[in-house]
Write a protein that binds this ligand. Structure first.
Ligand code: SF4
Ligand code: SF4
Length: 333
């Protein structure tokens, strides 16, 4: 057997994931300063980072419907829609790679289960009779949001919602959800953290409806992880290291919507040509090309939005200042 070492793929992945995480953390800090100034009745000295709108996917889904049906691009939080489109497109073309390479929640989740493995000596696995129904939870949540927004809400109702004061300050309300946590939020987040220490990617695997949607879309992706039976030496390292617990060594092609295209399996495979990301059933994608594609598509869309003026919110500082005194009273309509 011709041996290969592709551990560099994991190094690239850490660099991409943590690079993006640091960018998001910095944006979060700037947004905190921005909101603090408004809270004190001041015009913020820092500019508002639009990327924090990436944490508003439900509003983004409404915006997407409005854009497709009416051609109206939500001016209040356009970056929410841009990031949502980027995640959808990346997942449609290159597996669920938004989850595997870009999402900061996925990055933290990865770090937590790896920390748990150090503490407990292993990660635990939920028996498959419970794992299957639990995994369906994220699809049920996703179906609920798709039904309410895509099927039930009319464009007029969506326009009404996107014009409410609530939507205008929903980013600041989201920030307050974390900076002024209720007891219920603290208990829920602590429970999620503890479960994520024990089980690999607990939130992503069982509960995230965003990931559920991207996973279903990724089934259509022309790129798949493929195993070559002739070159494979049946070492099982791919399955052992897959963060999504997929039986890679038993499959010829990994078609699961749980596959995040993280390439961890590929990076651990010691046999040349045994396991690769394959485009259109025959073109081997070098891991560097794969990740370059993920980064270029996602950030290319953001760049295009910046150039075409679809990135920054149209909400003025004066508007925000007038809403701050009543922000606690503003509820989802
Ligand atoms: S099959 Fe490979 S690429 Fe897919 S989630 Fe598992 S390790 Fe990542
Ligand atoms: S495909 Fe999986 S089982 Fe086969 S050689 Fe590679 S890591 Fe080992």
């Amino acid at each position: 057997m011709e041996k290969i070492d592709r551990s560099y793929v994991r190094k690239i992945r850490y660099a991409v994931q943590w690079g993006i995480f640091l960018m998001v953390a910095y944006a979060g800090y700037k947004f905190y300063l921005f909101a603090q100034a408004l809270e004190n009745g001041l015009i913020p000295a820092v500019t508002r980072p639009p990327s924090i709108e990436g944490f508003m996917p439900i509003g983004a889904l409404m915006s997407l419907k409005l854009w497709i049906t009416e051609g109206i691009f939500d001016p209040a939080h356009p970056a929410a829609l841009i990031i949502f489109i980027g995640a959808l497109l990346v997942s449609l073309l290159l597996k669920k790679s938004f989850c595997g390479w870009i999402c900061p929640v996925g990055t933290v989740s990865d770090a937590v289960w790896k920390g748990g493995r150090k503490v407990f000596g292993k990660n635990f696995e939920i028996t498959k009779y419970i794992d299957y129904p639990l995994r369906s939870l994220k699809y049920i949540l996703m179906a609920f949001f798709l039904y309410v927004i895509i099927i039930q809400m009319t464009p007029l109702q969506i326009t009404g919602f996107l014009n409410t004061p609530y939507w205008k300050v929903s980013d600041i309300k989201l920030l307050k959800f974390f900076t002024e946590m209720s007891l219920t939020t603290k208990i829920t987040l602590s429970a999620l953290f503890s479960l994520s220490l024990l089980y690999k990617n607990f939130w992503c695997r069982y509960l995230c409806p965003y990931g559920g949607l991207l996973g279903l879309l990724s089934i259509l992706s022309p790129v798949k992880i493929k195993r070559n039976e002739t070159a494979c030496i049946q070492c099982g390292l791919c399955s052992k290291n897959c963060p999504s617990l997929l039986p890679v060594d038993k499959k010829e092609t990994v078609r699961s919507p749980e596959c995040t295209g993280c390439l961890t399996c590929v990076s651990h495979c010691p046999a040349r040509h045994a396991l690769d990301a394959i485009l259109h059933k025959k073109i081997v994608l070098n891991p560097v090309i794969f990740v370059s594609g993920v980064v270029l598509i996602f950030f290319g869309i953001i760049l295009a939005a910046k150039v075409t003026g679809k990135w920054h919110s149209s909400i003025t500082h004066d508007e925000l200042l007038s809403l701050m005194p009543i922000i606690h009273a503003l509820a989802h309509p």
